[in-house]
Every structure is written in structure tokens, then in C-alpha cells.
Design a protein around this ligand. Structure first.
Ligand code: MN
Length: 381
């Protein structure tokens, strides 16, 4: 099945020592994954995701089968972690597009988890197809940040969804309208953070061919700083595709996964300490491994839960258990100042004061939206 031409490129950038992104194209499939986890685990996660997705999706003929392929990629990462506990905490984003058969011809489909992006460029205009699954973007959806503020907010790096963190992953998917001459860009945030929409359009539309366009996009991201790994796939639509009603499908899973582990997790700091003292007695090393393993498990358990409570900032979401354990303390994720004791229902205030435990960040954020529908917020009648 043709219908598009493709080019892709990836680059380590100017700051990182390793490239944790992976990408792949195969006939009717294009995929980009941005791994995280450090110490080579990030590239393992993104590599597994791309390979598993391309394999599982190669026979996909429906949107359901494409999302199944993303689910297979998620489980493959979790299985790999189970076999290699030192890779605990690795995860990845994934964006993919596919040409799939449709009753009237060939349709363009996409799947998405995380903060990698899909853009569509047509006649000098660009449209971001995907929503970022990050805390900053959730704050935009809550009306607390403008898109411009979110673009520079450090919480844009804090993912609310990723592959490799939970068995049930919420996957965005849909069909897209595209016509011959349109360009699709799939990229990791190392491109979207460094290259403006305007420059993306300019480079893609003025390049003699797709390979040159991918190279120029990467050069441009590197000139702007190259602070992260940069990956890009460009697809140029070459045939008439089925025109569809663009209606993003809501993820069907009951809950979405947790925040990806942050760079300040115990795993990272433990390894740093061990590196600083490279030569120690074997007994001490074994002891450190035992203690370190326990720390890792405790760290995982402590931050595997979320709760909502009422603070002077309004309804506030924390990641962590409701009480501190040893040196572990819950981290504040976000606050919703429009929800206070003045406008919440008494029963909700009582629940919040007792701390409402939520299994995932997505569940907690849904709860905040639910409170907002009931709260008497001035100006909202
Ligand atoms: Mn990245």
C-alpha cells in the first residue's frame, strides 16, 4: 500500500551523551518514540516500543488493531523490566501514523501516548494534531495556564501518560483528513521545543526533497541549542485518501497511567552515590545492593499513588502516600485555586480534608474536573 513517501532522521543533539529516541518506518507505518529512564534504559524502552509496534501493527487494518499494537508495545516494555529489574523506571512516548484500508479506499490513522507530536502542514499552515500528555498541558485544559505559558513551563516535561509505567495505558487515536501534497511531521520534543511552527513550515515546504527537509529540521534544532535528542519523520501524502469526520476517539481504558518517574527518583541518586565511591569492599557492595533494592521498591511504592486535598492554594494534587514515610514526602503536582472551601460542597470538603486517594494522576485530574462542574465559581453562574 503506498499513498505517501517518507523520510526520517534522528540525532543525539548537542547536550545529551546518548540518543534515547527511536523511530521506524515500514511501508504504511511511521513511528517515533522518546525513551526515558537514563543509563541506556531509555533507548531500550523506545527501541522495544518501535520494534513491537512495527511488528504488531504490520497487519493492522483497523484503528482498534493499531491501538492493540501500542498496547503490545507497552506490555513488551513491562515484560522487559520484569526480566531486568535494573531497568525499572524506563518508559517511552509513542506517536505513530498508518495508512489503513477503509471502505472507500485508504484512510490515515494515528495513535499517541506522551509528549511526542504529530503535525499536519498544508498550504503554508500547520496544525498540531496531538495533545501533549504532560502536567503543563493538563493545566492548559484546566484553564490555569495559557498555551504560551505552558510552552515554557518546566512541568511540560512531567508526563501524565507514558508506555512502560502501567499495564493499562490510555491511548489517544483517530482518523485524519489529509490530501495529496500535505506533509505529516512526527517528532520528539527535542524538535518541537527548539523549532518554531513557522520555521517548521518554512523548512518542510522549501526543501527539494523529504530527506533534505529532515536534515534541515535537525540542523535547525541543533542551532537553537539541541538540548535534547531530536527525531523526526516526514510523510508526504501522494494519493487521494478517504475523507473522514475527524473525531478523536477517547481512550477506552478505565484509567490512565501514572506520571513517569522523575529524574530525581531514588534510582538516579543511588547510582550517583555508588559512582562517587567506585572502590569498596565486596561485603559493603552486597549490602549496598540489598539496601538499594529495598530503597527502589519503597520509592516505587511510595510514589505509585496520588491524593487530593485542600490547601491554601485550593484543591491540590500530590503524588505519594498521604503520610510521609522515612525520608519520603509527597510531591505537589498541581493546584486548582478556583476550588476552595468557599465553593465546594460540604461533603467534598470533608473528603478532601481526609485526603482523597486516587490510583492515577489521570483519575485525580478527572476528579478535579468533576469538582469544577459542581463548584459555585464566581462568573460561571
Ligand atoms: Mn525528548
Amino acid at each position: 500500500m503506498s499513498g505517501w513517501s517518507l523520510a526520517s532522521a534522528t540525532d543525539v543533539g548537542r547536550v545529551r551523551s546518548a540518543n534515547e529516541d527511536s523511530l521506524g518506518t515500514k511501508g504504511n507505518l511511521a513511528v517515533v518514540a522518546d525513551g526515558m529512564g537514563g543509563h541506556a534504559a531509555g533507548e531500550v524502552a523506545s527501541g522495544i516500543a518501535v520494534a513491537t509496534f512495527l511488528e504488531s501493527a504490520s497487519t493492522a487494518t483497523t484503528l482498534d488493531e493499531l491501538t492493540d499494537a501500542v498496547r503490545a508495545a507497552n506490555l513488551a516494555i513491562l515484560d522487559n523490566v520484569a526480566e531486568n529489574p535494573d531497568r525499572w523506571g524506563m518508559g517511552t512516548t509513542l506517536v505513530a501514523t498508518a495508512l489503513i484500508p477503509h471502505a472507500e479506499g485508504v484512510a490515515l490513522a494515528y495513535v499517541h501516548v506522551g509528549d511526542s507530536r504529530i503535525y499536519l502542514i498544508r498550504d503554508g499552515a500547520i496544525r498540531q494534531v496531538t495533545d501533549d500528555h504532560s502536567v503543563a498541558d493538563e493545566l492548559v485544559r484546566l484553564g490555569r495556564l495559557t498555551p504560551e505559558e505552558a510552552a515554557v513551563d518546566p512541568r511540560r516535561h512531567q508526563l501524565t501518560r507514558a508506555l512502560g509505567t502501567e499495564r493499562d495505558v490510555a491511548i489517544d487515536s483517530g482518523l485524519l483528513n489529509a490530501q495529496p501534497g500535505d506533509f505529516l511531521i512526527l517528532c520528539s520534543d527535542g524538535l518541537s521545543n527548539e523549532v518554531s511552527d513557522h520555521d517548521m513550515i518554512d523548512i518542510v515546504e522549501s526543501s527539494a526533497d523529504l530527506a533534505l527537509a529532515t536534515a534541515r529540521l535537525i540542523d535547525h534544532a541543533n542551532s537553537a541549542g539541541g538540548r535534547d535528542n531530536i527525531s523526526v519523520v516526514i510523510a508526504r501524502i501522494t494519493e487521494q485518501l478517504v475523507s473522514v469526520e475527524e473525531k478523536p476517539r477517547l481512550p477506552v481504558e478505565p484509567v490512565a497511567p501514572t506520571f513517569a518517574p522523575s529524574a530525581t527518583s531514588g534510582l538516579t541518586s543511588r547510582r550517583t552515590v555508588r559512582r562517587r565511591w567506585p572502590v569498596i569492599a565486596v561485603v559493603a557492595l552486597v549490602l549496598a545492593l540489598v539496601v538499594g533494592g529495598g530503597y527502589q521498591i519503597l520509592n516505587w511504592w511510595y510514589y505509585s499513588s496520588y491524593y487530593l486535598t485542600l490547601t491554601s492554594q485550593g484543591v491540590t494534587l500530590y503524588q505519594g502516600q498521604t503520610t510521609s514515610v522515612l525520608w519520603f514526602q509527597a510531591n505537589e503536582i498541581l493546584a486548582e485555586p478556583s476550588l476552595t472551601a468557599a465553593n465546594l460542597r460540604p461533603a467534598d470538603i470533608a473528603s478532601l480534608n481526609a485526603k482523597m486517594v486516587e490510583p492515577t494522576s489521570a483519575a485525580a485530574i478527572s476528579q478535579i474536573h468533576y469538582f469544577k462542574t459542581y463548584a459555585l465559581i464566581p462568573g460561571q453562574g
